[in-house]
Design a protein around this ligand. Structure first.
Ligand SMILES: Nc1nc2c(c(=O)[nH]1)N[C@@H](CN(C=O)c1ccc(C(=O)N[C@@H](CCC(=O)O)C(=O)O)cc1)CN2
Ligand SMILES: NCC(=O)N[C@@H]1O[C@H](COP(=O)([O-])[O-])[C@@H](O)[C@H]1O
Length: 220
């Protein structure tokens, strides 16, 4: 049993969210089923106190530990501190859960190099600690926020015929880390934005589990 596994022998997943947490729910369901039976979510962290995903974790059975810290709240409480200091504090809280994998599931905050550095230096897995992000676009297509809206507008402008979803490793450059799982998504002429969003979200819920399973299986 690796040092970061707890007495129950399960792999430890930390999930970072900012919103409704439907992808978190997919991971929760997977841990309770055949999909991820040897893993459990040990911490759900949010940068938004009101994130519905926190409630999903709190009301789970058994309940999942939650924590949150908003950037603005942190900066007001610590005059002179910076966004990087915030990132370091977030990293320290994530580390306290001794993760085997960290998953950004709708985490809407660009993380500094210092976040990654603190995690990798503080983790018993070092540089091998997988830090994953779910992004609703193909590699290099629509980096950043609002990717689905931008893809839909590009389709309507005749610039693209399809889009996609990926889970990638997190590096400092936003959405440019090595892809772990990539799925192309068809855009139909009759699609509304809502139709495309629904098709994308359905695939997201699959590949966030697939990618997490894949990196955990690669660990000793
Ligand atoms: N260093 C990295 N940080 C993050 C990555 C990454 O690959 N490397 N992925 C993003 C997730 N993401 C897209 O997948 C993303 C999320 C948010 C933003 C963004 O512009 N955020 C703004 C605030 C927006 C808001 O609060 O609504 C910001 O951080 O100032 C871009 C991309 C997560 N982090
Ligand atoms: N750039 C990151 C990004 O856009 N992430 C997106 O946020 C949503 C989170 O939904 P959820 O809170 O219901 O899981 C998902 O659609 C995810 O792809």
């Amino acid at each position: 049993m690796s040092s970061s596994q707890v007495s129950d022998g399960k792999k430890r997943i930390v999930v970072l969210i900012s919103g409704s947490g439907t992808n978190l729910q997919a991971l929760m369901d997977a841990c309770a089923s055949h999909a991820l039976p040897k893993a459990r979510i040990v911490l759900v962290f949010s940068n938004r106190k009101a994130a519905l995903g926190l409630e999903r974790a709190r009301t789970a059975f058994p309940p999942i530990h939650t924590d949150y810290l908003a950037l603005v709240t942190y900066l007001k409480a610590h005059p002179g501190k910076t966004r990087v200091d915030y990132d370091i504090e977030v990293a320290r809280r994530v580390l306290s859960a001794q993760p085997d994998v960290v998953v950004l599931a709708g985490w809407m905050h660009i993380l500094s190099a210092e976040f990654l550095d603190v995690l990798h230096k503080g983790s018993s897995r070092g540089q091998d600690l997988p830090i994953l992000n779910l992004h609703p676009a193909l590699p290099g297509a629509f980096d950043g926020a609002n990717a689905i809206d931008r893809a839909y507008a590009a389709f309507q402008a005749g610039e693209i015929k399809r889009t996609g979803v990926m889970v990638h490793r997190v590096v400092t450059e936003v959405d440019r880390g090595e892809p772990v799982v990539v799925r192309e998504i068809e855009i139909k002429q009759e699609d509304s934005l809502q139709d495309l969003e629904a098709r994308i979200h359905e695939v997201e819920h699959e590949i966030i589990v697939e990618a997490t399973q894949q990196v955990l299986e690669q660990q000793r």
